[in-house]
Design a protein. Structure first.
Length: 328
């Protein structure tokens, strides 16, 4: 289906000119200058085809490298996650998705961008697929896999288990920022983020923070870094065509930003994380943004610099400065 999709939303995280590991949570719907898109769990724009192609390539390479589930992701939990995704797609984007729900809970989701119709039973288990891209290989493993392939965002599901640490029970991550989904499945929020320097303060508050989000309004936060490529998939084990993608980059420096939306499902004690990557070339930043980014880079602690593989960032700084950043 040919649709007139909008330009991607524009976000800029280092607005204070420094790097910060604090959660920085804002209610979903906070205005960041992108109109209705700022209130959406899933955002669709002219970059969708690129994200879709990346997901299909990841699945074809080795699906278990990017798509994983804990044994606890089943039954009511899996049903609630998949139903939330299907409902939000139809509510937020009625021009792109149509959800038919039959008595008893079974139904179908028509997906305008991929041309696929996903059929579900009353428990939101995938029972059929009609139409779509013949290049979808391997076939969808389940409803979670099929739904995640309809959106640009990567998706993680965190279960808050009674008497136990929380755990990543489902991951569909095809645009990881230098981490391995296989190494994070089943891990707690604290363990997942343990490699992040200066995370200790947030770690101590992790339990209450997750519970607050679970029972409150959905929230959004941003994470950012600077890369020398616009490749979406930054898995530590690069994809087969990773070098070619790096060589095709049109800018020597990109601001890589993650919009992370957290949506609570208190009925099943779980959180859905939707992670959308935005890449902005240095030449696409405003002079003020380049100045703030340079200031933020200069405040990076050594441990953070090493974690982000930016110990040697002279080329990045030179690129930003060469664009005549005022005050750079």
């Amino acid at each position: 289906m040919q649709l007139n999709l909008p330009q991607p939303a524009v976000y800029f995280a280092p607005v204070r000119g420094r790097y910060d590991t604090a959660p920085g949570l804002s209610p979903l719907g906070t205005a960041f200058g992108n109109g209705a898109a700022d209130a959406h769990l899933f955002q669709f724009d002219r970059e969708f085809a690129r994200f879709r192609a990346n997901k299909l390539a990841c699945r074809a390479e080795r699906i278990g490298k990017y798509v994983l589930r804990d044994a606890r992701f089943e039954g009511e939990l899996a049903e609630s996650v998949c139903r939330l995704m299907a409902v939000r797609l139809a509510v937020e984007h009625p021009d792109l998705f149509a959800l038919e729900t039959r008595p008893g809970g079974a139904g179908a989701l028509e997906c305008g961008l991929t041309g696929e119709t996903l059929r579900f039973d009353a428990g939101m288990r995938l029972t059929g697929l009609r139409g779509g891209d013949a290049a979808t290989a391997p076939p969808y493993e389940d409803a979670f896999d099929a739904l995640c392939c309809q959106v640009p965002e990567d998706v993680a599901v965190v279960a808050l288990l009674d008497g136990e640490a929380d755990a990543n029970v489902a991951l569909h991550v095809c645009a990881p920022s230098s981490w391995t989904p296989e190494g994070k499945i089943g891990a707690s929020f604290v363990t997942t983020h343990a490699p992040v320097p200066h995370f200790e303060k947030t770690a101590r508050a992790a339990g209450p923070l997750l519970r607050t989000i679970l029972n409150g309004r959905p929230v959004v936060r941003f994470n950012w870094g600077v890369e020398r490529t616009n490749r979406l998939n930054l898995h530590p084990e690069p994809p087969p065509n990773g070098a070619a993608q790096d060589a095709a980059a049109t800018s020597p420096v990109y601001l890589r930003l993650e919009r992370q939306t957290l949506w609570g499902l208190p009925g099943v004690n779980a959180l859905l994380f939707a992670i959308r990557v935005y890449l902005r070339p240095a030449t696409g930043l405003t002079p003020d943004e380049r100045t703030l980014l340079l200031r933020a880079l200069r405040t990076l602690p050594p441990a953070t610099r090493a974690y982000k593989d930016m110990t040697d960032d002279a080329d990045i700084v030179a690129c930003l400065e060469s664009l005549d950043c005022p005050g750079g």
